[in-house]
Design a protein around this ligand. Sequence first.
Ligand code: ADP
Length: 230
Amino acid sequence: MIRIQQIEKSYGNNTVLKGVTLELLENKIYGLVGENGSGKTTLFECVKNLTKYKGHIQLDNTIHIGYLPTSIYFYPNMKAREYIEFCMSARKVSIRENHITEINKIFELPLEQCAVNYSTGMKKKLAFMALLLQKNNFFLLDEPFNGLDLASCLIFKHILLSLINKQKNTILLSSHIISSLTDISDSIFHLSDGVIKKTYTSENFDIIEKEITHSTLNSKLACIDEILIQ
Ligand code: ADP
């Protein structure tokens, strides 16, 4: 089990996370929803230890985190194949060209091209492919479906489901497209005001959209006509 306990994070006077606690089990997919700026990326960065935070994250040494950020950095002039090999060697995973070729049958990426020139969706596929080849077992995916075409979204979802069905993996992913989370998640956490305001399970997935948008949306919709039709 991965225990994320009482995580607090501030940027100057802006306290973004005020005590986030989550328990994540193997073979489960967890969704994370929250408004823009609610702290989803910040939480991912804390879990991946990319930023300082207060609180405790309990990960035993068998856990290997694969983090897919919203925008991915690629070195200029680095070919996609070199990027994959670089990620694999960073984890000391032996590089088998036929394995890379095999996995690329799913993604169909031009691996001899420079990754920096890839489209947004291709970059996402490349980074995800590298995470898969690195043999991670805890996947932190920040908006993984952004920039993907419909077929690629379905492929990503299929891969995520097979990751938890076939091996001992844990997945935590954020998305603004609630249906893409409800399709595959076991539970969905609503991050709001710096804490997990509510955890939804499949029995109450149907009320998520209504509940999380209710407070802000109605008043905003009401004033749109007023502002636009003057
Ligand atoms: P989300 O991913 O839910 O949209 P973020 O975690 O990106 O939210 O941002 C949460 C809050 O933290 C925002 O107010 C944002 O401006 C602030 N923030 C994020 N990163 C930094 C940073 N490096 N420096 C200062 N403020 C930041």
